[in-house]
Design a protein around this ligand. Structure first.
Ligand SMILES: C[S@@+](CC[C@H](N)C(=O)[O-])C[C@H]1O[C@@H](n2cnc3c(N)ncnc32)[C@H](O)[C@@H]1O
Length: 213
């Protein structure tokens, strides 16, 4: 049996895993989102949600339930999802290939809420893993600023605390009226992951398109 970064015994199938399974979620990650949502109340009927790193699909399941299916959901992941729900579109692809003016967002952008639980495979090299997670979080914020998140919208993303985190959080503070760093109890012991939440976005469309070559 493996060990966590803190040297604690890693229990692959913990209480959260079983609780998530019992509630019909395809991953225990839904319970982290549930904790965050209890605090921040992200969802409302009719809203449009962009989910970055959405597979296997438990965050989409949770958001769909909270809006009683009355919303529009668009997710992307390198891997296919394991869910099939009405009003939920998912694509297999790389977040870094997304563009704010992607024709697939026609009729849906800007989103009311962006959620990113995206995380690359960890290497075990702590600073490198942290840098990759910060890069994903920064890209999610970049997409919001390019016009994918409406002003007043909300944002939540996973990120590892470490090099680059402070700079990312400073950018979040510029972009949102309210910002916080959160550590749901469902996060495994020893993990450096936290969830940064931004509420009341104020920078929609502030970034110009990158110059063409
Ligand atoms: C922790 S899982 C997400 C779990 C998901 N929120 C759920 O509830 O089912 C992290 C996901 O990020 C995805 N990911 C990492 N880097 C990505 C990238 N560049 N583009 C798309 N997906 C990516 C991984 O494939 C993985 O499925």
């Amino acid at each position: 049996m493996g060990k966590t970064r803190a040297g604690k015994r890693y229990v692959p199938k913990d209480d959260y895993y079983h609780a998530a399974k019992k509630q019909g979620f395809v991953a225990r990650s839904a319970l982290k989102l549930e904790e965050l949502d209890k605090k921040f109340r992200f969802y409302s009927k009719g809203m449009k949600v962009l989910d970055l790193g959405c597979a296997p699909g438990s965050w989409l399941q949770y958001a769909h339930r909270k809006t009683t299916g009355q919303g529009l959901f668009w997710g992307i992941d390198l891997s296919p999802v394991r869910i099939d729900l009405p009003n939920v579109t998912t694509v297999v692809g790389d977040i870094y290939d997304l563009k704010a003016d992607d024709p697939r967002f026609e009729g849906i952008r800007p989103f009311d809420h962006i959620q990113s639980d995206a995380m690359s495979k960890t290497t075990g090299i702590s600073d490198a893993d942290c840098a990759k997670s910060v890069a994903l979080a920064e890209f999610a914020l970049y997409l919001g600023r390019r016009g994918l998140l409406k002003n007043g919208g909300s944002f939540v993303c996973k990120v590892f605390e470490g090099p680059g985190f402070t700079e990312f959080f400073l950018e979040m503070k510029k972009a949102f009226r309210r910002c916080s760093v959160n550590r749901p109890e469902a996060i495994r012991e020893g993990s450096r992951e936290v969830y940064v939440v931004g509420l009341e976005f104020r920078e929609s469309g502030t970034l110009a398109a990158p110059a063409q070559d």
